[in-house]
Design a protein around this ligand. Structure first.
Ligand code: PEP
Length: 252
């Protein structure tokens, strides 16, 4: 059985102090929630403070990106072992903003995915089509390309540890959400692809989150779909009240 995961992607928001305050507030307000895995992904600069803020809770710490090498002359970069040393258990990889603004291609996402798995971090791999791709009827083609590219050379045992986030680019930060059916259709397609790449068993156990303008008002409908196992939340994760409501929508 796949447990619901609600992850907050704080992007480039929150100073160290603000991040600590939000994290410690959520620790108190979500204390009673046991059946949802809550993951907070603040900017690198706030990882330590958020870790402190959620200490003693069931919440998890995640990063928004990492480099694939374990160390080296890569100015401005952060490695998996550095994230682990700060208490991270998750890392978002291949977010559409990284693909669009930082030139991340499948090959890079694949290197990062393998490095995360080798180091025991749970990757949350983002896949999804742009508006013109959806309008051209290429959603499945694009999503399949992202999935096969990210998982290239990843063995079945490791693949089962990955979390996928389907994030249609046209729905990120735009207020436009995929309908629950539109989202679930793509989630089902992803699961079929994973089944073909690995096995039905692996596909059944992989959590596939939806991301793209998830809000308290639409969370329940999205999360009640058979193949939607949680959400990756951007904007609405920056406010305690809206994030708390979304997490509570994931309670079964
Ligand atoms: C995201 O950044 O992963 C995201 C889904 O953003 P938003 O919820 O703001 O659309």
């Amino acid at each position: 059985m796949r447990i619901s995961i609600i992850a907050g992607n704080w992007k480039m928001y929150k100073t160290d102090r603000e991040a600590y305050e939000l994290a410690s507030f959520l620790k108190k307000s979500l204390k009673d929630v046991k059946s949802v895995k809550v993951v907070l992904c603040p900017p690198f600069t706030a990882l330590s403070s958020v870790k402190r803020g959620i200490e003693g809770s069931d919440m998890f710490l995640g990063a928004q990106n990492m480099h694939w090498e374990s160390e080296g002359a890569y100015t401005g970069e952060i490695s998996a072992s550095m994230l682990l040393s700060l208490g991270c258990q998750f890392v978002i990889l291949g977010h559409s903003e990284r693909r669009a603004y930082f030139g991340e291609k499948n090959q890079i996402v694949n290197l990062k995915l393998k490095a995360a798995l080798e180091n025991g971090l749970t990757p949350i791999v983002c896949v999804g089509e742009r508006l013109e791709e959806r309008e051209a009827g290429k959603t499945e083609e694009v999503v399949e390309d992202h999935i096969t590219g990210a998982f290239e050379g990843v063995e079945s045992e490791q693949a089962g540890k990955v979390v996928i986030a389907y994030e249609p680019v046209w729905a990120i930060g735009t207020g436009k959400t995929a309908t629950p059916k539109q989202a679930n259709d793509v989630h089902r397609f992803i699961r079929e692809k994973l089944s073909a790449l690995y096995s039905g068993e692996v596909a059944k156990n992989i959590s596939i989150l939806y991301g793209g303008s998830v809000k308290p008002e639409n969370a329940k409908d999205l999360l009640s779909q058979a193949d939607i196992d949680g959400a990756l939340v951007g904007g609405a994760s920056l406010k305690a009240e809206s994030f708390e409501k979304i997490v509570r929508s994931g309670i079964i």
